[in-house]
Every structure is written in C-alpha cells, then in structure tokens.
Design a protein around this ligand. Structure first.
Ligand code: NAP
Length: 306
C-alpha cells in the first residue's frame, strides 16, 4: 500500500522535484500540503501545520521542503505527532537541532531521513566504487553557479542560517563525503561576504589529505560542478555535471547535469527506511560547512542585488 505523505513548503524544489517524484511512484500518495501561499492543484492545502495533521490522521510521512531556518518547528511537531520525517538538504539550520530531531525520532521509533539529493546523481556510486581501496593524493572541487538562476529572488539564502554559497556547496560536500575512501577535515577557509549580506557568496576551503574546494555563486554562462581526484599510482578520476558524469583517466561517459533521477531515488530510499523502521542522518557534509564558518577568514566583496 502506498505511503501517504504531506509536503510542507510548496516553493521551487517542492514543485520542480518533490511533486513529480511522488506522482510518478506507486510507493507514494500525496494527500495534503502546508504552505502559506503555495498549492498543488488537486491536493488539499493548509496554511497551518497543526490543522493539516488534525484533518489528515492518515498522513504517515511529512516531507519538509522549507528553507532550513523555518524547518525545525514542523519537523519536531511531526515527530511529536508520531509521523515519519524527510528533510531537504541541508537538514537544518544548525547541527544541534538536527541531532535533537534524531534523538526524538529514535526515542519514538520513527524514521528520520536527512536527504542529500546530489548523492543520488547518476555517477556517484560508480565514483565511490572506483575510489574504494585507492589512496587519494589530491582532490579539487570547483562548484560555481549563478545564484540568480537557481535561487531567483530567494533572500533567505543571504540571511543568517541561509548558508549563502554553502547551500549549493554542501551538495559537493555531500558527494565528497560519500566517495572518499577515508575522511578528511577542514583546516582553513576564506569566505567572501557581500558588504550588504549576512552569508558568503564565495568560499575557498582547504582540507587535510590534499583536498580543496572553491565555491562561487557569481558565475554566469556555463555552470561548473566538478570534483577531480588524483590517486597514488597515477590514476585520475573526475565527477562532472554535479555527479552525473564519471571520467576516468581522461575518458568521459556521455551525460549532462540532470537532477531528475535524484528525487525519485530519495523517495525510494525513504520508503525503504520507513518499511525497515530505520533512520538515516549523516551530518558529515554539514560539519564541514560549520567548520568553515568557524575557521573562515572573512573577506568583504561588493554588494549583491538580485
Ligand atoms: P523556496 O522556494 O524559497 O522556499 C520553499 C517554500 O518554503 C516557499 O515557497 C515558502 O512557501 C516556504 N517558506 C520560505 N521561507 C519561509 C519562512 N521563513 N517561513 C515559512 N515558510 C517559508 O526554496 P527552495 O528553493 O524550494 O529551497 C527549499 C530547500 O530545498 C532548501 O533547503 C534548498 O537548499 C533545498 N533545495 C533547493 C533546490 C533549488 O533548486 N532551489 C534544489 C535542491 C534542494 P510559502 O510562502 O507558501 O509558505
């Protein structure tokens, strides 16, 4: 029988990815939404989370597509009401609030799934397999995109807790932490803050193990989502197009940046977790972001306007 889900925060990612992924899966049925303005045609819509829960006792799973700062309260309320919870990335505004949710879910025997959609990109599992058993000498992430294209008018990304360029950069870190055969930790960062904003628009990160990363939200034209790795013995691997194309020793597979397969894979994973009575909360990508905010040297750059 299909799992009955309520979607909360009907905005860009809910409409672009969650609604089509749920509609295409026999495992899922969308029975209600909660959003102040957003609606899904043909689905009962509420502005109050509590009113939705009261009206739809059949909801088993709550999937939260809100930005990170307003996400904790409905996540906690859903778990308190005995519902399983699926979190968009990054899983929260702080590490401690996600740990609190995990403890609550565990105490109540509920599923909590902190999703990382980029880990579901087509070539990530193959890259992890190729790196397994190899020694990494050097890895470089270049994640440069146009914030106006991907977050049109979304002022929350530049408010405290919005994470700035780490909102996309954490996708790269979610892949890095998935594929590296041994963990690394951050040793330094330079964070570029527009003079009129609270979060960085660019970041340069240095990690142990020869790993570094450059994130920039000011790239117009072609977008760059690359991870290049050199291993002992001379082997080279690259993941391009946001984890969708694997290149080994310079030979690339055909492919393009396309996240359409990622959300069906997330919902399949959530269905499996619920049926197994399991939880999956990996905070490793967010630890690197928190460390960058802790250690980072601040550089002020020109004002940013959408
Ligand atoms: P969004 O469209 O700006 O926000 C989603 C919805 O959340 C909004 O439409 C709004 O709906 C509600 N909302 C926004 N701010 C709120 C607040 N302060 N309090 C209560 N509700 C609020 O953002 P998004 O792009 O969908 O991103 C949401 C999450 O998905 C983020 O964590 C992001 O990292 C992740 N994500 C985004 C993308 C992307 O391409 N944009 C891709 C993958 C993952 P109402 O006004 O109707 O309440």
């Amino acid at each position: 029988m299909a799992l009955r889900v309520a979607l909360v925060g009907i905005g860009k990612i809910a409409l672009d990815q969650h609604v089509p992924a749920i509609a295409a899966s026999p495992d899922w049925e969308l029975v209600a939404t909660v959003s102040r303005k957003g609606r899904v045609p043909g689905v009962p819509g509420f502005t109050s989370f509590e009113a939705m829960l009261a009206a739809h006792s059949e909801v088993q799973v709550v999937s939260l597509c809100l930005p990170p700062v307003p996400r904790f309260a409905p996540a906690e309320a859903a778990l308190m009401a005995g519902r399983h919870v699926m979190l968009e990335k990054p899983p929260g505004a702080t590490l401690a609030e996600v740990q609190a949710l995990e403890a609550l879910a565990a105490a109540r025997g509920l599923t909590l799934y902190a999703t990382w959609h980029s880990r579901m990109a087509r070539a990530v599992a193959a890259a992890k397999g190729w790196l397994s058993g190899r020694r990494v000498l050097r890895a470089r992430i270049d994640w440069r995109e146009d914030v106006r294209k991907w977050h049109p008018g979304q002022t929350w990304v530049f408010e405290p807790g919005g994470m700035g360029v780490f909102d996309p950069g954490i996708n790269a870190l979610s892949i890095l932490t998935e594929i590296l055969p041994a963990p690394v930790h951050l040793t330094g960062a330079v964070l570029s803050f527009p003079a009129n904003r609270q979060t960085p628009i660019a970041a340069e990160l240095t990690f142990t193990g020869g790993v570094s990363a450059g994130f920039d939200w000011r790239q117009e034209g072609p977008q760059t989502w690359d991870i290049e790795v050199e291993t002992a013995g001379g082997g080279r691997m690259a993941l391009r197009m946001g984890g969708n194309v694997l290149e080994v020793d310079g030979h690339a597979e055909a492919g393009e940046a396309d996240i359409m397969g990622e959300y069906p894979a997330l919902y399949a994973r959530m269905a499996a977790l619920v049926r197994a009575g399991a939880r999956e909360v990996d905070l490793a990508p967010m630890v690197h972001v928190a460390d960058a905010m802790t250690l980072g040297r601040r550089e002020v750059v020109e004002d940013f306007h959408f």
